[in-house]
Ligand binder design. Structure first.
Ligand SMILES: [Cu+2]
Length: 496
């Protein structure tokens, strides 16, 4: 008996220790980079595992995605055509990478519309396999939303039509096919969707596209030695989401872009499958955030670092007016440079950043008809929301059209690694925009006081956000770590 008991204890100890070592080797120390304030020290370590080679002769100019032609000359109407197609890119010198793209080899053009416009988009699928296209952040009915129900079969065209009824914003589009979103986005299917309105047009902010209003789609990739994309998920990839060791911007590795000697606006999209960035400038310079996922903030927020999880957007203004002609500064993720700004002698744009930007309604929790809870938990392939995994045949939540609700989104800590273990999950819901009420009972940081459709929830944290559901139909809510989404960390809500 004694021997058996001792043996059992030894086995238990070995299992526990082995499990700990396993988790350690899997990098389960967490996926959140350190940030001033929130999350500081919580996850430990600032190793971002990125090895973008230092800037060299191979530098490329930053590709600027073209603005897609509006084929409808009528005022108040817009018509666009997209083709999802196969392509090939030379990300690494002399090596071809098979890719997907919209109207080209990789990524897609910018769809640019005005508030109030009636928009028609024809999306043709020439991928040779089914896909969908979801307008991330756009407030339209479920049938136009492009979720997993709206498959576009090979060689067919989908033609959603909708009216733009939301403020100026930097949104984006990407596939949303059940179980395949990660692979399709990873291969290159993503593009920006910009809305302008009378406020964004009236404000004296940089707005010369490609000159002092520059889109930056940041993605990390893993390139095999032959140059190909590797979307063969390891256990680590399933658990943490696929994180590559090479950061690209607009599809270029270590690019540079010339910027005028003045204030320059950057529209940042974290278009990565999983990686959470902590952006800062290599000289430590402060910048201003003027917009969040769903539009402009009320006031510019001064900051010197910005945490952005997958699918989140931020509009920033950086002041290059004190730079000498030819001087450079780099954009970094946790200190690792991955793109460079080269300041020219030219001066353009406004001299001041407006103190007042957009009007954001006051957050009034008493207008909510109910509070709904969403608990994100689990790991690996067992990631869940409210204990369930995605089922196309099950509607998880039923909402009433035009209701305002509080969504209480929590991330159940795994309790490992001294109680702070587990991963941060970016929670995204379709068809509406949220305002964050509080994080663990505290007001959100200033740069999160605007419209949000993707909310990063830290391990053990509870976030309350409020939204009005003005569009009917079936919509998704899910983790925007795409490998978690594809593993089933998603549910459906029906607004009627
Ligand atoms: Cu997740």
């Amino acid at each position: 008996m004694k021997k058996a008991g001792l043996a059992a204890i030894i086995i238990i100890l070995l299992v526990v220790a082995g499990g700990w070592l396993f988790m350690r080797n899997m990098g389960m120390g967490g996926n959140v980079p350190e940030q001033g304030g929130m999350g500081q020290g919580m996850m430990g370590g600032s190793n971002n595992n990125v090895n973008n080679d230092s800037f060299s002769d191979g530098e490329k100019p930053l590709p600027i995605p073209p603005i897609l032609e509006d084929k409808n000359p009528e005022p108040g109407k817009a018509e666009f055509s997209l083709v999802a197609q196969k392509g090939s890119m030379e990300f690494l010198k002399g090596k071809e990478t098979d890719t997907f793209g919209y109207n080209g080899d990789y990524l897609g053009p910018v769809i640019r519309v005005k508030k109030g416009e009636e928009v028609s988009i024809k999306v043709k699928n020439e991928l040779g396999e089914a896909t969908t296209i979801h307008w991330h952040g756009l407030e339209v009915d479920g049938e136009q939303d492009g979720g997993p129900h709206t498959g576009i079969q090979p060689d067919t065209t989908w033609n959603p039509q909708f009216k733009i009824e939301q403020p100026a914003a930097t949104l984006w589009y990407h596939p949303h096919l059940l179980d395949k979103t990660g692979e399709h986005v990873y291969k290159g299917l993503a593009g920006l969707f910009l809305i302008d309105d009378e406020v964004s047009e009236r404000l004296d902010i940089p707005k010369d596209y490609g000159v002092n209003d520059i889109p930056l789609i940041v993605q990390d990739k893993q390139l095999d030695s032959d140059g190909s994309f590797d979307y063969d998920l390891s256990m680590h990839d399933v658990m943490m989401g696929l994180q590559g060791d090479t950061i690209m911007v607009n599809g270029a590795v270590n690019p540079y872009v010339e910027v005028p000697k003045g204030k320059v606006r950057f529209r940042l999209l974290n278009g990565s499958n999983a990686r959470i960035y902590n952006f800062s400038l290599s000289n430590g310079q402060e910048f201003y955030q003027i917009g969040s996922d769903g539009g402009l903030l009320e006031q510019p927020v001064k900051m010197n670092n910005l945490v952005l999880s997958s699918a989140e957007r931020a509009e920033l203004i950086v002041d290059f007016s004190t730079f000498k002609e030819g001087e450079t500064v780099e954009l970094t993720d946790q200190g690792t440079s991955f793109m460079k700004f080269v300041v020219t002698g030219e001066q353009t744009g406004p001299s001041e950043i407006p103190a007042q930007l957009a009007d954001i309604p006051d957050v009034d929790p008493s207008t909510a008809t109910r509070t709904r809870e969403f608990v994100m938990a689990g790991m690996g392939r067992n990631v869940t929301i409210n204990g369930k995994q995605m089922d196309m045949d099950r509607v998880d939540e039923e909402l009433k059209l035009h209701d305002t609700e509080i969504w209480e989104i929590s991330n159940e800590s795994t309790g490992m690694m001294g109680g702070n273990g587990g991963m941060a999950h970016p929670f995204h819901a379709h068809g509406t925009q949220f305002l964050i009420l509080d994080r663990d009972g505290n007001p959100p940081p200033a740069n999160e006081t605007g419209w949000k459709d993707t909310i990063l929830v830290y391990p053990g944290e509870k976030v309350r956000a409020i939204a009005t559901f003005d569009h009917k139909g079936i919509f998704m809510y899910h983790c925007h770590i795409l490998e978690h989404e594809d593993a089933g960390m998603m549910g459906q809500f029906d607004v009627q």
